[in-house]
Design a protein around this ligand. Structure first.
Ligand code: FES
Ligand code: FES
Length: 211
């Protein structure tokens, strides 16, 4: 039979050819699938960040998010885990001055970065102006979203100072901080307690320099 390895060799049947080949290792029985790495097996990655003014060095599973690194490895539990899917903003922190959802970012992506959490903005004795304004305007009820709201609003005012427009900006040449502007820019930070009017008032207070 054309193409038959045993063809033309009457002393070697197809069955005996296969048996001999398998015994010699020429035909591996079945390629073993690689075993998926378990968390304990994953190689730790070194990450160095400046967090709230202090240089921190961590050895982390590469799959650890920045949020979990802050909360579980640095005990900075002020940053909250709400949805863990980038939908609520409770995990907002500042990285190199910009606001990000820390649940959507791997810690290993922040080698050399400067991270500021709610603990780094102010202290109970010396509140950041935005923290003081939230207290003054009752910008919270349960407080779970508040660290993210405050970090986000601090970065948001910086974005306005830099002239970054939003979808609610009517005049690109003269950016006004209206309620609509604040609400649009803070749309990524949800509050289940619906403290939105007070949050907007606190932000506008700081923006007006009265904090
Ligand atoms: Fe990160 Fe909700 S916990 S956006
Ligand atoms: Fe409760 Fe915002 S104060 S979720």
């Amino acid at each position: 039979m054309p193409g038959d390895p045993a063809a033309g060799c009457p002393a070697l049947s197809r069955r005996s050819f296969l048996a001999a080949s398998a015994a010699a290792g020429a035909l591996p029985a079945q390629a073993a699938a690689p075993t998926p790495a378990r968390p304990a097996d994953a190689a730790a990655a070194a990450v160095h960040m400046t967090v709230n003014g202090s240089r921190r060095s961590l050895a982390l599973d590469p799959r650890v998010t920045l949020l979990d690194a802050l909360r579980d490895h640095l005990d900075l539990t002020g940053t909250k885990k709400g949805c863990d899917h980038g939908q609520c903003g409770a995990c907002t922190v500042l990285v190199n001055g910009r606001r990000i959802n820390s649940c959507l970012s791997l810690a290993v992506m922040h080698e050399g970065d400067t991270v500021t959490t709610i603990e780094g903005l102010g202290t109970p004795e010396a509140l950041h102006p935005m923290q003081a304004a939230f207290v003054r305007h009752d910008g919270f009820q349960c407080g779970f979203c508040t660290p993210g709201q405050i970090c986000s609003s601090v970065a948001m005012l910086q974005e306005i100072r830099q002239g970054v427009p939003s979808h609610a900006t009517a005049d690109l040449m003269q950016l006004q901080l209206s309620d609509a502007e604040v609400r649009e820019r803070m749309a990524g930070n949800l509050c289940r307690c619906a403290a939105y009017p007070n949050i907007v008032a606190a932000i506008r207070d700081v923006a007006g320099g009265r904090a």
